[in-house]
Design a protein around this ligand. Sequence first.
Ligand SMILES: N[C@@H](CCC(=O)N[C@@H](CS)C(=O)NCC(=O)O)C(=O)O
Ligand SMILES: [Fe+2]
Length: 268
Amino acid sequence: MIFRQLYEPESSTYTYLFADPQSRQAVLLDPVVETVERDLAVLRELELTLACTLDTHVHADHITSACRLRSLTGCKVVYPAADDLPCADVGVSEDQPLHVGGLVFQPLFTPGHTDSHHSYLVEAPGVLRVFTGDALLIDGCGRTDFQNGDAQTLYRSVTEKIFSLPGDTLVYPAHDYNHRHVSSVAQERERNPRLGAGQTLGGFVQIMADLNLPYPKKMDIAVPANRLCGDCGEDAERALRALDSKSFQGAPAGPPAGASPPNPSGAF
Ligand SMILES: N[C@@H](CCC(=O)N[C@@H](CS)C(=O)NCC(=O)O)C(=O)O
Ligand SMILES: [Fe+2]
């Protein structure tokens, strides 16, 4: 498997690139609008075709590049089916793994940060990786005070769905604000200050209730835009096409954004 961890500094977001070396089909997990050009350059450099974007949840702190990438490359847009987004082409859920070439993304329903948040388990020969979105961060976790977040629910998601994975499973979060890149299930189980070392449900709920964080700066624009897969209105699409009318993947530019209803098949 081809794998890259990419970073967007304004929102401290990690975007992950996966590709099947045989078919050259690629997936971008949690891509950010500010780094579209960078992500397209990486795809070109590695001679990959973007099959789809995939998101862990409807983000509150940045805008996804999902629909822009669809406009520019013709890729599909994949979201958790539970988000019920008409702009998505494919909806995934725990019983519907996503297959892209030889890659398999096993969704794990991990609500609590948002009510429809999913993590993704990806197995490569000898390496199991879990992409935990904002459910579990390195030495932390996503907040639970908006988007129907709930601390009790997050506690169960992390302790039951993520901490039950093999200890050597690598943990890749959607954000890190302190230049950490990767952890493991064993490390988070043992020393995550909020959820590790046998933290109780009551202890965790208290920690989350006491956080008192300010809302993300972009929340009021990011959530509505992300419920439109990044909000590619007609004007945005025209402007993007004008920037470069040829496809970034050497094929005709894709279909108009938001045209197709969610397809539950989960296969490409
Ligand atoms: N200062 C950041 C805060 C972003 C934020 O609150 N992010 C959410 C994820 S959408 C979170 O759970 N962050 C965890 C944390 O800040 O510890 C901003 O304004 O964008
Ligand atoms: Fe988030």
